[in-house]
Design a protein. Structure first.
Length: 369
């Protein structure tokens, strides 16, 4: 038989070898000083003394399994026993995670300090359990990084602590009372989520009260026309687009605040639109600002999944670990970086007492660290 001139069928198969585990033994000789009449042991290398029983790469792997893969200490222990051939206690694994958390402290605090200078931030919060106590995970999403903070408060005090009273950017959020108080007390500009408003309006159209349903239909139609204008931005000149957008905004506010039926749901919505209606349209005068809070809501989904799998934390040490590893995962995803490589670099630098690479983006879009 002769080979035909067509392409050869090629199949590539990927497999794994035995884990390339290495064991280094460090022996510290003891010396006797006749003058002092005391024994002295030679010190361990700094990376061994700080790292402990696991080297930097294996330490980073444990952190990756625990943080990115949502694995419990028992699951990580089984993985190390069956795959790596290393038996280690859950208590020792907890110490390893504490070391990684310490390594991530500096890059986390850099992002925390940088939040106050951001021009646009999206914020959301979700529940967090710690030994049965209800806490809150706050999500602050900037353009090129996301930071999580676990706090017992679900109030404007958290915003004041993290962003300060002088925050000069625009905050994308829902209409929760903490954000409204922050706006009243500090004069901060807000962009309330239009997607939340649309859901409320759709709910009005399902109520049994006919006047309320008609009110909801009028308002929904006005919102539909607003988004039609938004979607036509590329087809219009800047001046024409701005004029149509302003007209569509005025129509939404007119429909939402006039001829309002007596039902409690419609009255509550109309009252909010009269008081905070302009904050639903900050995006019109702020280039690059999203009219919804989808960015923060998408970022916080990972936290919700982790909460369902792990059932929360058991102490403050666990809270700090969670907010730092969640921040690393979300930020690396935004910046197109490898979480695994980031963890390795952080642990390696920490183990030799060097400066841990930053998570802050450089000017011009380049990434540092």
């Amino acid at each position: 038989m002769r080979q035909k001139g067509g392409l050869v069928h090629v199949v590539q198969q990927v497999d794994i070898r035995e884990p390339p585990r290495t064991i280094e033994q460090h022996t510290c000789p003891e010396y006797w000083c006749d003058r002092c009449a005391k024994g002295y042991k030679a010190p361990l290398p700094s990376h061994v003394a700080r790292g402990g029983i696991l080297g930097p790469r294996l330490t980073a792997l444990v952190a990756y399994l625990k943080g990115v893969c949502h694995a419990s200490f028992s699951t990580v222990r089984k993985f190390l026993r069956d795959i790596v051939g290393l038996t280690i206690s859950r208590g020792q694994l907890a110490k390893v995670i504490a070391k990684v958390s310490e390594a991530l402290q500096r890059p986390y605090e850099e992002l925390l300090a940088d939040l106050r200078g951001q021009a646009r931030l999206n914020v959301d919060e979700t529940g967090h359990k710690d030994q049965g106590e209800r806490l809150w995970t706050w999500c602050f999403r900037a353009e090129l990084y996301t930071l999580f903070k676990i706090d017992p408060r679900r109030s404007a005090d958290v915003l004041l602590e993290v962003l300060g009273a002088e925050f000069d950017g625009v905050l994308g959020c829902d209409c929760f009372s903490a954000y409204r108080r922050y706006m009243r007390e500090c004069g901060v500009r807000l962009q309330f989520c239009l997607a939340h408003l649309i859901r409320e309006v759709k709910y009005l159209t399902t109520l049994p009260d006919a006047p309320t349903r008609r009110y909801g239909e009028r308002l929904r139609e006005a919102l539909r026309r607003l988004f039609q204008v938004i979607h036509c931005q590329g087809e219009l000149s800047a001046a024409d687009f701005g004029t149509r957008l302003q007209a569509a905004r005025a129509e939404v506010l007119r429909c939402g605040t006039s001829a309002v039926p007596e039902g409690k749901h419609s009255q509550a919505l109309a009252k909010r639109l009269r008081k905070y209606g302009e904050s639903y349209f900050t995006f019109i005068t702020t280039p690059g600002l999203e009219p919804t809070n989808n960015l923060a809501e998408q970022a916080i989904r990972f936290v919700v999944i982790d909460r369902h799998i792990t059932q929360g934390t058991r102490a403050e040490t666990g809270q700090r670990w969670c907010e730092r590893i969640w921040t690393v995962i979300a930020t690396c995803t935004q910046q197109g970086r490898s979480v695994w490589e980031c963890l390795q670099a952080a642990v390696q630098a920490w183990s030799v007492e060097e400066e841990v690479p930053t998570l802050l983006p450089c000017e011009g879009g380049a990434k540092r660290g």
